[in-house]
Design a binder for this molecule. Structure first.
Ligand code: PBG
Length: 331
């Protein structure tokens, strides 16, 4: 037998690395950080080993830990001291994200991205203003009750502007409201923040992989679910449509979320658009690898790296990941 093609020739030490197609670099990674206004000490997040909710006073120290690993960007999530029906603490000048952002941008060189959403701030845990009546009947079987889209847009504009005023380098709306990117762009521009880019959670699925995050950020819906605004996991063509709408409204970076179960969507978007693509390797993707490694069933460092390489190979330029610090450390 005469073999002419022997791909194994390039898999030997010395050449294997040279022909590697995909690299993960610390500068591709964004580390999520949780700032909690209800505590004055660091609280470990049980479902996300190695992560903590930190008080505002610790936000700079927390971000400095991230920077030490070589990761240069953080995404700030906030847990407010109180919640109400409208989520008013989300756009308060002295809100938890605003306070943390002010400190971190003043005292560190981190690139600060803020999550723009209402679910951590509303008493009902939904990502916007509820339809009339939705507040009263919070039992089962109210999946039809929904969030008012257009009234929520006004609030998202206010939140984004308050984050920019506090110094946020970039804002990232995650509520999956129709028209959210356009509304936020308009508010930012009107307040003289035309230089602040928007990373849209453009294709965000209604995913069970967000479970640990909802513990971490205390943002689970008090009733019903998010399927009337987040995307159906069955749909890929619809993701292109969602992304196209965000591009038309001025999105600067296009994000897919979660990452690993939706790599086809990452790849489709990479093909179709020339904007930077981000993927969010979410809390459940992190938690399951940790759980398996605790049992001794998987080698954590290796599966973490393989996950991030796969996400980049599919076409992501940026990765939001709870593995950011550990992976950057090992590079
Ligand atoms: C808030 C938000 C969520 C996540 C990021 N921003 C939760 C949700 O939509 O329920 C999930 C992140 C993760 O699971 O790591 N809208």
């Amino acid at each position: 037998m005469e073999l002419t093609d022997r791909p194994r020739r390039l898999r030997r030490d010395g050449i294997r690395e040279m022909v590697s197609e995909t690299d993960v670099d610390a500068s591709d990674l964004i580390a999520p950080v949780f700032v909690d206004a209800t505590t004055d000490e660091r609280v470990p997040i049980e479902t996300m080993p190695g992560h903590e909710r930190v008080p505002v006073e610790e936000s700079v120290a927390r971000v400095e830990e991230v920077l030490e690993t070589g990761v240069e960007a953080v995404m700030i999530f906030g847990i407010p001291e109180s919640k109400d029906e409208q989520g008013t603490r989300a756009w308060a000048e002295d809100g938890v994200v605003q306070e943390a952002t002010r400190r971190v941008t003043r005292e560190t060189d981190a690139y600060v991205i803020t999550d723009v959403c209402l679910c951590e701030y509303t008493s009902h845990g939904h990502c916007g203003v509820l339809e009339d009546g939705a507040g009263e009947s919070r039992g089962e079987g109210n999946a039809r009750l929904t969030v008012r889209n257009d009234e929520t847009l006004d609030l998202l504009g206010k939140i984004a502007t308050s984050h920019a005023a506090a110094g946020a380098d970039m804002v990232a709306p995650s509520g999956m409201m129709d028209g959210m990117v356009g509304a936020i762009r308009e508010s930012l521009d009107a307040a003289d923040f035309s230089d602040v880019p928007i990373m849209s959670y453009a294709a965000k699925y209604e995913s069970a992989f967000y479970g640990p995050f909802r513990d971490a950020a205390d943002g689970a819906p008090a009733f019903g679910d998010r399927r009337h605004y987040q995307m159906d996991p069955a749909n890929a063509r619809e993701a292109l449509r969602e992304v196209r709408l965000d591009v038309e409204q001025g999105a600067d970076v296009l994000m897919v979320k979660p990452a690993l179960p939706y790599l086809d969507v990452v790849s489709d978007i990479r093909e179709e658009f020339d904007h930077p693509v981000a993927a969010y390797n979410v809390s459940g993707e992190y938690a399951m690898l940790h759980a398996a490694s605790e049992k001794g069933w998987l080698e954590l460092e290796e599966v973490a790296m393989e996950s991030l390489v796969s996400i980049k190979r599919a076409g992501a330029d940026l990765i939001l990941t709870y593995f950011a610090e550990d992976v950057a450390d090992s590079l």
